[in-house]
Design a protein around this ligand. Sequence first.
Ligand code: AHM
Ligand code: MG
Length: 341
Amino acid sequence: MANFSKTTPGSGGDLDSEFHSLTEYLMTTLKDQELTVLMSQMALACKATSRACAKAGIANLFGMAGDQNSSGDDQKKLDVLSNDIFVNALLKSGSCCVLVSEENEEPIIVPEKDAGRFCVCFDPLDGSSNIDCNVSTGTIFAVYEKKTPGKLGSVADVLRVGSDIVAAGYCMYGAATELVLCFKGQSVQRFALDPSLGEFVHTHSNVTFPSGGGKKIYSCNEGNFPYWDQPIKDAVTEFKAKKYALRYVGSMVSDVHRTILYGGVFVYPADSKSPKGKLRVLYEGFPMALLVECAGGKASTGMFNGSVQRMLDLEPTHVHERCPVILGSPRDVDFILSKYN
Ligand code: AHM
Ligand code: MG
């Protein structure tokens, strides 16, 4: 059996005779058939979405679909297609009872005959503003185990603290397609899609933030500076004085991926225009917070509803609720939070 606790070199090239796949990882480490099937279907949907993004130009998939999503944002063709891909794959898995998607106003309650133990909250294609100009986008997801009695799931199964999440991950559709995963109590793992094999190949174990905080990078939409509270303004002003670099893709998956690998901090704070911030708790804030914490980082809301809170301690009351996000290396998150003292 492969030892997934050690860092393995990138593999899966045409001449390699030994590599470890996501399928092997799931089957040998999870010991839970229903969760394995769920994650396999999730990976299949990521591959199909990756293919759709790669072919968008030639398949006429750029542009608007002509409708709006749960938050009133205009939907793009790829938003709609990727949502259909994930909903269909997860419904067919037989392991889900509730699905919450950014693209669906109401949670999908899976009929009893097809229902399983898990609830999945996901943003099928995050970073919509980047779709048409071919900048990286991504899928973000969190998995909960059903807690209410009976086979039929309910919204109460997903409106709970983030620390109840049993698995979280994101798939980045960039120069390469990468899947980054974390199961509760386990370390963060990276897989890259080998298109010629059609399989996610294991590339890195025990992904952690660089020691000491890593590169000095802050990542935020600084155009919102005038609307931030004073502690966030002070922190960003000091980052500049300390010669931090500003890096901001505008796709949460890319910005968080870089933050975990290189270090620094990603911030989407509350502001006077959006007092709850922009990003959604269930399928943006929570899964990223779990991954960041599992990688040795910190995730906070900053000042929110009167106190500075660990993000995973929030208890949302609505499936599309938003929260401010401050996540990254302890060095930089603690520095920002110290401004609230
Ligand atoms: P979306 O779900 O509509 O794509 O919005 C979420 C995205 C995140 O990926 C990103 O961090 C943020 O919105 C960027 O927002 P802004 O354009 O305000 O900087
Ligand atoms: Mg989104």
